[in-house]
Design a protein around this ligand. Sequence first.
Ligand code: ADP
Length: 159
Amino acid sequence: MRVAVYPGTFDPITFGHLDIVERAAEIFDIVYVSIGVNPAKKPLFTVEERKRLISNAVTGFKNVEVAEYSGLLVEHARNLGAMSIIRGLRAISDFDYEFQLALMNRKLAGNISTVFLMPHEKYTYLNSSIIRSLSELGQDVSEFVPAAVADALTKKFKV
Ligand code: ADP
């Protein structure tokens, strides 16, 4: 079984993330989309909300599961029996940080490889933070996120 973990904040999940999930699901037998829980961060959506939105978005993939972790990513990957960590590379600007992270994870767990996947060009400018800002400013984001996510954003920012 080739198991991979795709970690991130997913606050909220976008079509860019889903593009990576789709590519990973074609390569691996099981892909866990895993929410990294960091108590120091103040996300817009709770872990439960993000889990629900991700589960909803990945129902079409038979080999994709949703998980969460706190602490060391490589520990979580080991617990899932994952051989690979999936990361999305949008642009050169992602590379520096991702490169450091991948090398550190390799140092911590030499048998777990980071696999970088590139999304379709139309998603290279997408990130969750821009989506949150646009939605807060009243913009329609349904072009960039699943309908359930767009609805959840509208509800969050409704005054
Ligand atoms: P972000 O807040 O940047 O969306 P996340 O922590 O949720 O970030 O991202 C998790 C992973 O998904 C990272 O590897 C990130 O590079 C990747 N990712 C995020 N958005 C996209 C996108 N539009 N296309 C491809 N990969 C993406």
